[in-house]
Design a protein around this ligand. Structure first.
Ligand code: GBH
Length: 491
């Protein structure tokens, strides 16, 4: 039909960065190589393996520590413009603190980065994707008031070592997963379970730490190195189930909790935590007998320090959820984050399901999320730093459902570009199968399959890899394209 034809003719700009994304603990292995220090995922998987669905760990994972040249070869096969990966803090600073820099750790990342640069692939580096040095966790981790200082020390070492070649920096991956899942619940390391308390203390420290690193980079490194520094926040779309006023307010409260806690202090005009949610938490806290709000405040100086402290908005986007003020309300522990928000979630039955219970393909999802950010925060530069689909381990190489997901997502990204969103790039999650946190190896997100039974961790392209390659190469989404064979070449 004609609508389809016009859509097919839409192009991604030539300077749009197409890439894939991974994270250190999920792919590297080499968990105790050379003088690497222990991190919170080493600790939890070794000491408490039953929290992982298949009782697995990232000790070897995809063994990128020994296979990094093959990883870069895959990037070249796909024709990637960019590759997003993260650094393991305790591989670089075995003690967490900056008294000792690991030569072996720095050498590994130098080799990896040099191999990308050699083939014209732009490295996009995340400083922190969830693998905190255990020694810092023992001191409280993100809820220790000194956390922003430790983080700045680490970041300065990183900028010094790699900033001559790396020009795209992301401070944190997904603050919500760090603070809510790690400190308010037990669904990620360090399983602190300080319900209704941990998430807010962590959020403030994390945002302050981000701003310190941003200013350190802008003041002391960007003038000579000339790169950009931003943050990646998971921004799924939370829309109202009906257009009633109460559902709209419920959706707004949910957005404020799910990602506004981290975005509002940095991207909004006023600064500080989101207004309606902080008022609600303050009121509930007093009713619950606390002497003050469980959500800390930012002083005026802190607000000014954090506001605008970013060059771009990194968005990890996977799905939509509909929000109701009255339906599907659940009982929550008091106090807790979801008791504070107090809204119900709803996902239509007919949205296609992935191998992950939390992930369903949702219509217009990227368009809705990104136009919302554009309107709310005065058109920030946006990179989609993750987006992807899971299949089961036995689903094999023909992954038509993943292809359907990526094509729909990229159509939605084109819709966002048409709507004037300042979108500069898209990183598919993931280059290859990897350790999927509490799901272990039971859910696969890779464009390349990894054989985890094979000591060589052989990587094999899935059908989706060929389709993504074709899109990158032509800058057009051709819904009829079928790869002519499953043999990969470097073009
Ligand atoms: C991303 O998070 C991560 O950055 C990446 O490391 C990860 O591999 C990728 O997604 C795929 O999962 O089962 O109810 O506890 C995306 C946001 C939030 C999705 C937590 C999974 C777990 C929901 N994630 N969620 S639940």
């Amino acid at each position: 039909c004609s609508a389809r034809t016009t859509k097919q003719e839409r192009r991604f700009p030539d300077d749009f960065l197409f890439g894939t994304a991974t994270a250190s603990y999920q792919i590297e292995g080499g968990w105790n190589a050379d003088d690497k220090g222990e991190n919170i995922w080493d600790r939890i998987t070794h000491n408490n393996p039953t929290v992982i669905k298949d009782q697995s760990n990232g000790d070897i994972a995809a063994d990128t520590y020994n296979n990094y040249k093959r990883d870069v070869e895959m990037m070249r096969e796909l024709g990637l413009d960019a590759y997003r990966f993260s650094l393991s803090w305790s591989r670089i600073l075995p003690n967490g603190l900056a008294n000792k820099v690991s030569e072996a750790g720095v050498a590994f990342y130098n080799n990896y980065i040099d191999e990308m640069i050699k083939y014209g692939i732009t490295p996009m580096v995340t400083l922190y994707h969830w693998d905190l040095p255990q020694k810092l966790q023992d001191l409280g981790g993100f809820v220790n008031p000194l956390f922003p200082e430790w983080y700045e020390d680490y970041a300065r070492v990183v900028f010094e070592q790699f900033g001559d070649r790396v020009k795209h920096w992301i401070t944190f991956n997904e603050p919500r997963e760090i603070c809510y899942q790690g400190y308010d619940t037990t669904t990620k390391a360090p399983q602190l379970n300080a319900t209704g308390i941990g998430v807010y203390i962590c959020a403030k420290n994390l945002v302050m730490a981000h701003a310190r690193v941003y200013h350190a980079y802008k003041n002391d490194f960007a003038p000579s190195q000339g790169g950009v520094c931003g943050i990646t926040i998971s921004v799924n779309w939370f829309g109202p189930k009906t257009d009633s006023e109460e559902d709209q307010l419920a959706a707004e409260l949910t957005r404020q909790g799910e990602w506004g806690l981290y975005a509002e202090p940095i991207f909004s005009e006023d600064g500080g935590f989101p207004k309606e949610l902080s008022e609600k938490v303050a009121q509930k806290s007093i009713e619950q007998g606390y002497p003050r709000s469980r959500m800390p405040e930012f002083t005026d100086d802190e607000k000014a320090f954090v506001k605008g402290a970013t060059d771009f908005f990194g968005v990890n986007h996977y799905k939509s959820v509909l929000i109701s003020a009255t339906e599907n309300l659940k009982e929550h522990v008091v106090p807790s984050f979801y008791d504070d928000i107090g809204t119900g979630t709803y996902v239509p039955d007919d949205w296609p399901a992935s191998a992950s219970t939390w992930l369903k393909q949702s219509p217009d999802s990227i368009l809705n999320a990104l136009t919302h950010l554009k309107d709310k925060y005065n058109s920030p530069v946006i990179y989609i730093t993750e987006n992807g689909w899971s299949t089961s381990p036995d689903a094999g190489l023909v992954d038509d459902d993943r292809i359907r997901y990526y094509r729909a997502a990229l159509e939605s990204a084109l819709d966002a570009l048409d709507a004037g969103v300042n979108l500069k790039g898209y990183m598919a999650w993931s280059l290859m199968d990897n350790f999927e946190w509490f799901a272990g190896y039971t859910e696969r997100f890779g464009l390349y399959q990894v054989d985890f039974e094979d000591p060589a961790r052989t990587r094999t392209p899935r059908k989706s890899a060929f389709v993504y390659k074709q899109i990158i190469n032509t800058r057009v989404i051709d819904h009829e394209y079928e790869p002519s064979s499953m043999t990969m070449t470097i073009d």
